[in-house]
Design a protein around this ligand. Structure first.
Ligand code: CDP
Ligand code: MG
Length: 727
């Protein structure tokens, strides 16, 4: 494995500190532990094995996918950026010949289900057609996307096509970033944002059309939106509702929306050859990289799209690919590497849509986002390792984790289809035909059935929807998960015993955050430390990799990081220190470099913090600052008391409610502290090789009784592990 090799290189060079060692090992384990269907009886591939193609039995060609209207002529992928040229390009999209028919159908029916293959022009064209037909004179045309990158990039594209400035007539809105104005007529947004708009505008009065796009993705927010828009369509007869999907099982949507008619945009797809590996791959990352290189070296021109599970994997792949192509010499064309994932800076996102220069080849390293949300022209080869990151939730113990899991057959087919859009394509599946047929599920389970519902339940309650058991779900969530969410919201004080929203709950609902974070913020009023708490909340919201660690400077980076942990203050306070120190330097970029901190992340934290400050005003909480660390920790505990764990004799931790063995993540400032803290509070659990607690702070058990007497009893915090309880 690559990670393991890097680890060996580093240790051989004597440059590794114990923390890095742990991380590299963990990374290695992730690659291995997740291979639930691909690793059976497979020999380990060595780091630099020669990968031999098709004819050398690594891949076997299995079947040909037939499009409905197969076309054989090559299409030019050249792209001009002028509006006039874009105008012409718009006319070549598969949806274009159906423009008038579609507009007529929208005119004739209030609700319409629209089905068309990815890339046919649904997302970019339909809102423009509606605008051209005058719908925006009565209100906005809103279009929801499950992913924020898609919302941003599609809005950028449409503003270009319409020849207007992004944020003016065409804009987008995603959490913590509103790029719209008074003028905005066509608005792209995440499904979660439209859900939040219901709070301020329960009839969506400012919209004339709502298009719930990518409906087949069945994200939690999309599923909830279904229920809400279906309801308002009953009394807002002037509101047009479009449900668009890239898959053909539209009957289900139609049935749900009172037999709404289905408008099918005929597909246009070239044949795709599918190749499977003969035996499962032990390391899909490595196998994917080798496949890219092999295609690059031996196959005719055409861009490559590789699906990875997340940012880290993509960054690793990018690094290795850069390294390996350096030695290829001038005989082989340039390989342009384009990563795309949710956190990629906006400037870099545009790069994937730039046409590939003559004689070069582009390789796009993407997350699931490229499966249906984004269409990249010119892709001829798809490499599909067969995995994606998926949320899973155990309602019994209320635990959510993000796991790398095998994709479904439906996903595998969508991925393969990406290669046949502008010409015949090839898809290389890094798993066996047997796996595909026998081990993959047909469809991915809708998110509502595998996630924590606390946030959505709070939103619905604030919309006055009290009877959740009878909410019109397309597929209901598990009862247990619903009850668990109600239980948590009750424990946090957001609901009363009757399940009604309390004042605390109403305030919490104003924050577009997980209810535990919102509660922490609302509680900061009592402890007079809202200033510190919103900084901590902002830092927690921007993700885990605030620090970076260049290979050759591991020790320096480690020391810089540990500087913020002086006094074993715990990770939350360390995050606060990072933020405040940066603020003291007047938000200096240089300071970030010196401290191995990602300046981009810090800027985002600052944005998020500014918005949280605005929301504090809205719920009438004063911004007050407190030097009292204990007060700050108590405010954190007010939101996160359900996430407490205590040390066991064997050095592990056990969560207090719903006992479960957990460990402090090696990246935590408390990971190597001696003596080990006896009681801790964590922000979240991440399952890799073990169940790890991320962002950990030491806790006094008496706080649990003081802050959550309804949740903890004396017996929970008294001693059963052999350590005397310090009360
Ligand atoms: O929604 P659907 O998958 O049906 O297609 P679309 O996203 O509207 O894409 C239509 C065309 O716009 C494709 O040829 C895309 O490559 C292009 N597009 C683009 O160039 N840049 C974007 N940011 C989004 C789409
Ligand atoms: Mg689309």
């Amino acid at each position: 494995s690559v990670a393991l090799q890097r680890y060996r290189d580093a240790t051989a060079a004597g440059k590794m500190n114990p923390l890095a060692e742990q991380e590299a090992w963990e990374e290695h384990q992730i690659g291995k532990a997740t291979l639930t269907f691909a690793s059976k009886n497979k020999k380990q591939i060595s780091g630099d094995h020669q990968f031999v193609f098709e004819d050398q039995i690594d891949f076997i060609k299995a079947s040909v996918m037939d499009g409905e209207n197969t076309i054989d002529d090559e299409e030019s992928t050249e792209r001009e950026k002028s509006t006039a040229a874009l105008e012409e390009e718009r006319k070549t999209l598969p949806i274009y010949p159906y423009r008038d028919e579609l507009l007529k159908a929208v005119h004739d029916h209030q609700i319409l289900i629209i089905v068309g293959e990815t890339g046919s022009g649904k997302t970019t064209q339909i809102p423009q057609y509606l605008h051209e037909a005058g719908y925006t004179m009565r209100g906005k045309v809103g279009c929801t996307q499950p992913r924020r990158v898609a919302a941003m990039s599609v809005a950028a594209r449409v503003s270009q096509e319409m020849g207007v400035k992004l944020g003016h007539e065409v804009g987008y809105s995603i959490r913590f970033e509103d790029c719209t104005s008074e003028k905005t007529l066509v608005k792209y947004m995440t499904d979660g944002m439209l859900l939040r708009e219901f709070l301020g505008d329960p009839e969506l009065a400012s919209y004339s059309v709502v298009m719930v796009d990518e409906a087949h993705e069945r994200t939690l927010s999309t599923d909830i939106l279904f229920g809400l828009v279906k309801d308002i369509a009953r009394f807002r007869l002037d509101l047009k509702l479009l449900i668009t999907s890239a898959t053909l099982d539209a009957e289900k949507f139609s049935d749900y929306f009172d037999s709404a008619p289905i408008f099918k945009i005929p597909g246009r797809r070239y044949p795709v050859d599918i190749h499977y590996t003969k035996a499962p791959e032990a390391d899909y990352l490595d196998a994917a990289i080798v496949s890219v290189l092999q295609i690059h070296a031996t196959k005719p021109c055409g861009d490559i799209l590789v699906f990875f599970t997340g940012q880290e994997e993509i960054e690793t792949a990018e690094e290795i690919l850069k390294h390996r192509t350096r030695g290829l010499g001038t005989k082989i064309a340039d390989l342009i590497i384009c990563p795309i994932y949710a956190n990629l800076p906006t400037e870099l996102q545009a790069k994937i849509f730039e046409p590939t220069p003559e004689g070069a080849r582009k390789v796009v390293l993407a997350t699931n986002i490229a499966e249906t949300s984004l269409t990249i022209d010119g892709i001829k080869y798809v490499i599909d390792p067969g995995f994606c990151k998926m949320k899973s939730y155990n309602p019994r113990i209320g635990m959510e984790s993000l796991l790398v899991a095998p994709i479904s057959k439906a996903s595998a087919n969508q991925r393969a289809g990406r290669s046949g859009r502008t010409g015949p394509g090839k898809c290389f599946r890094l798993y066996t035909a047997y796996s595909y047929h026998n081990e993959l599920e047909d469809n991915t389970l809708p998110e509502i059935q595998r996630t924590n519902l606390a946030s959505v339940v709070l939103t619905l309650k604030s919309l006055g929807i009290n009877d959740l058991l009878n909410f019109d779900f397309m597929d209901g969530p598990p009862c247990e998960a619903l009850l668990k969410a109600l239980e948590l919201l009750f424990a946090l004080g957001a609901l009363n015993k009757l399940g009604e929203l309390t004042k605390v709950g109403r305030r919490m609902a104003e924050f577009p955050l997980d209810p535990m974070l919102s509660k922490m913020i609302v509680a900061s009023e009592k402890y007079e430390c809202s200033d510190e708490i919103i900084s901590i909340a902002a830092m927690l919201s921007i993700g885990n990799s605030i620090f970076y660690c260049p290979k050759e400077k591991r020790v320096h980076a480690y020391n810089a990081r540990m500087n913020f942990h002086t006094g074993n203050v715990g990770d939350h306070i360390a995050l606060l220190k990072v933020y405040n120190s940066w603020k003291e330097t007047n938000y200096s970029t240089q300071w970030c470099y010196e401290n191995y901190i990602q300046v981009r992340k810090m800027k985002r934290a600052r944005d998020v913090r500014d918005q949280l400050e605005g929301l504090l005003k809205r719920v009438e909480i004063e911004v007050t600052s407190s030097p009292n660390v204990e007060a700050i920790k108590k405010a954190i505990t007010s939101g996160f008391f359900p996430h407490s764990a205590r040390l066991q004799k064997n050095g592990c931790y056990r969560t207090v409610k719903h006992p479960q063995i957990v460990h402090i993540h090696p990246s935590s400032g408390l990971a190597q502290v001696i003596p080990t803290p006896r009681w801790v509070l964590y922000h979240e659990l991440a399952l890799t090789t073990k169940e790890y607690m991320r962002q950990v702070t030491e806790l006094k058990p008496k706080w649990l009784l003081e802050i959550a007497p309804h949740y903890y009893q004396l017996k929970d915090v008294d001693d059963r592990s052999g350590f005397p309880t310090i009360l």
